[in-house]
Ligand binder design. Structure first.
Ligand SMILES: Nc1nc2c(c(=O)[nH]1)N[C@H]1C(S)=C(S)[C@@H](COP(=O)(O)O)O[C@H]1N2
Ligand SMILES: [Mo]
Length: 203
């Protein structure tokens, strides 16, 4: 993939057509894994990490790190797309599907606010978190997630711009209405579909 270059100003590009079809409009391929955090990296002790899903649910729940570790993990090969225009293709995370976690609490509302250690928030429709589209991941390329990339655990929602994939995730609050999270309140789109270029609120 090292000579797969899509950045540039037109002209001749060595873009594998199969891979090019995976790059949403306005994005370029980034072989590395940039770190994008608004503010300092919160240090979350892996053993002290916990995930809570509450709000409008039949049964609010908290999974301690030890409880979470007993859940069913799966590999998640995916492409990720940052609104600042880099896309990383063919990368693999490992974690727990949101489907089982949400089943356990029974959401009664169609919206969620995701919360992170450190105060970051982002809003998602429950529909964008179900049917095998979202995970809480703890590994990347077979290694524990780096603290800079959200370790010990982050949300992963690869079909939406990467700002929706909250690092150091601490929980989800289910709601009956949509509310803007951190970037959404600062002008970003409420949903953020990279294939529709939903970057800013009016896109
Ligand atoms: N808690 C938290 N999660 C976050 C962010 C953040 O600032 N804080 N930045 C978001 C943005 S804009 C992007 S592009 C990705 C970057 O993830 P990375 O640093 O692992 O590349 O994390 C998202 N999740
Ligand atoms: Mo981003």
């Amino acid at each position: 993939m090292s000579d797969f270059v899509s950045r540039g100003f037109g002209g001749r590009r060595r873009v594998d057509p199969g891979l090019a079809a995976r790059v949403p409009p306005g994005q370029y391929v980034e072989p590395g894994f940039p770190v994008l955090t608004a503010g300092p990296t919160p240090r979350v002790e892996p053993d002290a990490w916990a995930l809570t899903i509450d709000g409008m649910v039949a049964e609010p729940r908290t999974w301690t790190a030890a409880e979470f570790a007993t859940l069913e993990f799966e590999d998640v090969p995916c492409d990720i797309h940052c609104v600042t225009k880099w896309s990383k293709l063919g990368t693999t995370f490992r974690g727990v599907s949101l489907d089982g976690l949400l089943d356990a609490v029974e959401p009664l509302g169609a919206h969620a606010m995701v919360h992170s250690y450190g105060g970051y928030t982002t809003n998602l429709a429950v529909e964008d978190l179900t049917d095998g589209k979202a995970w809480v991941v703890t590994e990347h390329e077979g290694e524990p997630l780096d603290p800079e990339h959200g370790g010990p655990a982050r949300l992963l929602v690869p079909h939406l711009y990467f700002w929706k994939s909250a690092k150091w995730v601490s929980g989800l609050r289910i709601m009956d209405h949509d509310e803007p999270g951190f970037w959404e309140a600062n002008g970003y789109h409420t949903r953020g579909d990279p294939w529709k270029e939903q970057r800013y609120w009016n896109d």
